[in-house]
Design a protein around this ligand. Structure first.
Ligand code: FAD
Length: 298
C-alpha cells in the first residue's frame, strides 16, 4: 500500500505514527499510515485509491474530540488546506485551518460571531462536522456553505439549510463527506467589546475547566433540559478514577488523562458513568466524543 501511495504522489506519507501526538487526550496506539495531501487533486487521487482498494480511512482534524486506540487504515490530515480569505464580513477558510486562530484573527478585525470558538481547540473541518459550539451558539449560526468531496468523488457545495445543523450534530456525521472549505458569515461589531467577551470567557473556562490536563472537552452531550455534568456529580463520580483516567473534580463532564491513561481507561470510565446514570435517572447519556478503534483486516 505504501509503495502505491508513493507512486500516486498523494502528498506526505508517514507510517507507524504514535497516535498520542494526534489526540488532545494524549492516548492511542499506533496508526499504520497518515497522509497529508498537498492539495485537492492529491486528496481526490488518494480517496479514489482508498475506495478502489476498500481501505478504511478517517479524516483527522486536531484530534480534540477523538479517543484513539490502534488504527490500521489510512488517516488523512488536511494541514495543507489552511488558506483564509476575508472579504468584508465573509470568511472563506480551508478545513485544516485552526478554529481558535480564526476566531482570534476575525475578532481582532472587529468581526463578531466566532467569539464562542476561542476556547475550542479544533480545526475548521472538525468544527463544521461536529457543529462545535458554546454559550448557546454554534457553527450552524454562522456557516453559510461548505465545500465537500462526496462519496462519489464529486466536489460540491452544501448550503446551511441542507446541513441539518442541530446541537452537536450535522449531516456530515451521517453520510460520507470530506469537508474541504467553509464559508462563514460574520457581523461587524466593536473590536473592544468582542475582545472583552473573549477575555471574560477565557477566565471562566480557566476557572471551570481542567485545562492543565489532556482531555477532549465535554464527554457527554447535555440531555434535554439538564446537564451531563450535574448528573455525573450526583452519582458521586467527580474524581472517580479508572487506571490513568479520571473524572475531573473541577468539571464532572470532563474526563482527564491525569496519569498515562489508555483509551480503554477512558472508554471504561465512560461506560461506567453511562450505566450508573441510566440506573439512577433512567437517562441514556450520549457520548459527544468519538472512539476510533478500527483495525483493518487484511
Ligand atoms: C479543552 C477542550 C475544550 C473543548 N471545548 C469545546 C466546546 O466548548 N464546544 C465544542 O463543541 N467542543 C469543544 N471541544 C471538543 C472539540 O474541540 C470539538 O468537537 C472540535 O470541533 C473538534 O475538532 P477537531 O478538528 O479536533 O476534530 P477531530 O477531533 O480531529 O475530529 C472530530 C470528527 O470530525 C471529523 N472531521 C474532522 N475534520 C474533517 C473534515 N475536514 N472532513 C470530514 N470530517 C472531518 C473527524 O473524522 C471526526 O469524526 C473541546 C475540546 C477540548 C480538548
Amino acid at each position: 500500500m505504501i509503495e502505491d501511495l508513493k507512486k500516486l504522489k498523494v502528498g506526505r506519507i508517514e507510517t507507524n505514527i504514535d497516535l498520542k501526538k494526534y489526540s488532545t487526550y494524549k492516548v492511542g496506539g499506533i496508526g499504520k499510515v497518515l497522509v497529508i495531501p498537498d492539495n485537492e487533486k492529491c486528496l481526490l487521487t488518494l480517496i479514489d485509491y482508498i475506495k478502489k482498494n476498500k481501505i478504511k480511512y478517517k479524516i483527522l482534524g486536531n484530534g480534540s474530540n477523538l479517543i484513539f486506540s490502534d488504527f490500521d487504515g489510512i488517516l488523512i490530515k488536511l494541514d495543507k488546506f489552511d488558506y483564509l480569505t476575508i472579504n468584508d464580513t465573509i470568511v472563506t477558510v480551508g478545513a485544516g485551518y485552526s478554529l481558535q486562530k480564526l476566531a482570534i484573527k476575525v475578532s481582532k478585525l472587529g468581526l463578531s460571531g466566532l467569539e464562542f470558538a476561542t476556547g475550542i481547540p479544533g480545526t475548521v473541518g472538525g468544527a463544521v462536522y461536529m457543529n462545535a459550539g458554546a454559550y448557546k451558539t454554534d457553527m450552524g449560526y454562522i456557516v453559510s456553505e461548505v465545500k465537500v468531496l462526496d462519496k462519489n468523488l464529486e466536489i460540491k457545495k452544501i448550503y446551511n439549510k441542507d446541513i441539518n445543523y442541530h446541537y452537536r450534530d450535522s449531516i456530515f456525521q451521517h453520510d460520507e463527506y470530506v469537508i474541504l472549505e467553509a464559508k462563514i458569515v460574520l457581523k461587524k461589531g466593536s473590536k473592544d467589546e468582542i475582545m472583552d467577551i473573549i477575555e471574560n470567557r477565557r477566565q471562566r473556562r480557566l476557572m471551570s475547566q481542567p485545562l492543565e490536563y489532556p482531555s477532549a472537552g465535554s464527554v457527554f452531550r447535555n440531555p434535554e433540559g439538564d446537564f451531563a455534568g450535574r448528573l455525573i456529580e450526583d452519582i458521586g463520580y467527580k474524581g472517580k478514577k479508572i487506571g490513568g483516567a479520571m473524572v475531573s473534580d473541577k468539571h464532572a463532564n470532563f474526563i482527564i488523562n491525569y496519569d498515562n491513561a489508555t483509551s480503554d481507561d477512558i472508554i471504561n470510565l465512560i461506560n461506567e458513568i453511562k450505566k450508573e446514570v441510566k440506573e439512577k435517572y433512567k437517562i441514556d447519556l450520549k457520548c459527544e466524543q468519538e472512539i476510533v478503534r478500527w483495525y483493518y483486516e487484511n
